[in-house]
Design a protein around this ligand. Structure first.
Ligand code: NDP
Ligand code: GDR
Length: 349
């Protein structure tokens, strides 16, 4: 008999790719989508008519809904991708972010504990949990050095600083705080109650399905509009100096599934190991679009800067490469190219 997978956050970028992948693997997929006054199932268009796909309307903050859904379906696997996932918005909506990103997770963990202890659980943790913390290997004696303090961008690049499963985590945003608390709860429920519960510490991952308020898609959707003469406005951005480790969402959902197929649950960093600035993204995206320098088309607007920033991220996935045999299939250039082409083409994916 086919396994059932329950997916919270199915209408999001990752949720849609995950549901497609699980259907291809033969799962019955039960997708949770929030009630909405307008259609929010656009990204699920390849799943909606599949005979093994069922969509249920519900909110992760509604404990009675979460409990009854888990109890009724006794899913083999449960993926928690539901979140207020915009870091910048978590500064203006901290209570709401904590409700969804922390209390929502707690609802699912308690649902599993009370009604479906054999369900395997995946939690969407994030590189935002590190804040300004990083690690590097000393050039003098090769020992591992941990740092919780700021470092210049140049030093981060030069010293090949990185984050992995052992790096300290001190978040710089309400979003990061909620995610770190959830991350710790997953570990506590695993150790205390023997649940098969894993966290994937995923670094930024993008795709043509990325929400338009995240910086990569904000850039490529503007390029698409400009190319198709749908806007004369300049593109407004905040901090273009920050460094991110950007992968493709399709690769990252494979890792989520693999984490639930091991003999024992564990947490894994999923990242490409390469770091680029927002400015690098602009350069490559403008090149693929055949535009000139971005500097004439972009307005740097200080009001779009965050009160507290995560300056630099570079993830090391050695543990995942070994245990999950996971490695990314997209590099930075290919990712940017796919996003630019999709938006120029009218976003048909
Ligand atoms: P999205 O913002 O695209 O998707 C979030 C999903 O959560 C949407 O389906 C959204 O529904 C749903 N959701 C929000 N609030 C609730 C709620 N109260 N009840 C039920 N569902 C809710 O995020 P991504 O797909 O990019 O990310 C997936 C997860 O991974 C998130 O938890 C995110 O924080 C985390 N993450 C993402 C990374 C990335 O780079 N993409 C990196 C690391 C972690 P709706 O469509 O109605 O808004
Ligand atoms: P991030 O992604 O905060 O890393 O969180 P985002 O794309 O929002 O920002 C990346 C960097 O770009 C800078 N930036 C801007 N960002 C946005 N959104 N809009 C702008 O106009 C803009 N201008 C510059 C930001 O300051 C930042 O430095 C993403 C989300 O998917 C999280 O849910 C996830 O946990 C992390 O990635 C890993």
């Amino acid at each position: 008999m086919s396994k059932t997978a329950l997916v919270f956050g199915a209408t999001g970028q990752d949720g849609s790719y995950l549901c497609e992948m699980l259907l291809k693997k033969g799962y019955n997929v039960l997708a949770i989508a929030r009630r909405s006054s307008v259609d929010n199932t656009e990204r699920l268009k390849y799943c909606l008519n599949h005979r093994k796909f069922t969509m249920v309307r519900g909110d992760i903050c509604d404990q009675s809904f979460v409990f009854s859904t888990i109890a009724k379906n006794n899913p083999a696997e449960i993926y928690n991708l539901a979140a207020q996932s915009h870091v910048g918005d978590s500064f203006t909506q901290p209570n709401y972010t904590i409700d969804v990103d922390l209390m929502g997770t707690l609802n699912v963990l308690n649902g599993i504990l009370n009604f479906s202890k054999s369900s395997r659980f995946y939690q969407a943790s994030t590189s935002e949990m590190y804040g300004s913390c990083f690690s590097y290997y000393s050039l003098i004696d090769g020992t591992r050095v941990e740092s919780k303090t700021a470092i210049s961008r140049e030093d981060f690049i030069k010293k090949k600083c990185f984050q992995d499963e052992l790096t300290a985590m001190i978040p710089n945003s309400p979003y990061g705080v909620a995610k770190l608390a959830s991350h710790n709860l997953v570990k506590i429920y695993r150790e205390s109650y023997g649940l098969y519960a894993c966290s994937g510490i995923l670094f930024n991952h993008e795709s043509p399905r990325r929400g338009e308020l995240f910086v990569t898609r904000k850039i490529t959707s503007w390029i698409g509009m400009r190319k198709n003469s749908k806007t004369k406005e300049k593109l407004q951005l905040g901090n273009v100096d920050s460094l991110r480790d950007w992968g493709h969402a399709k690769d990252y959902v494979e890792a989520m599934h693999s984490m639930l197929q091991l003999n024992a649950p564990d947490d894994f960093v999923i990242a490409t190991g390469c770091t680029y600035s927002v400015e690098d993204f602009l350069n490559v995206a403008f090149k693929h679009a055949g535009f000139g320098s971005w500097k004439r088309q972009v307005v740097l607007n200080p009001t779009l800067k965050r009160p507290f920033e995560v300056d630099a991220l570079r993830g090391v996935s050695t543990k995942a490469a070994k245990a999950l045999k996971w490695e990314p299939s997209y590099n930075f250039d290919l990712l940017v190219k796919e996003m630019v082409e999709s938006d120029i083409d009218g976003h048909k994916v």
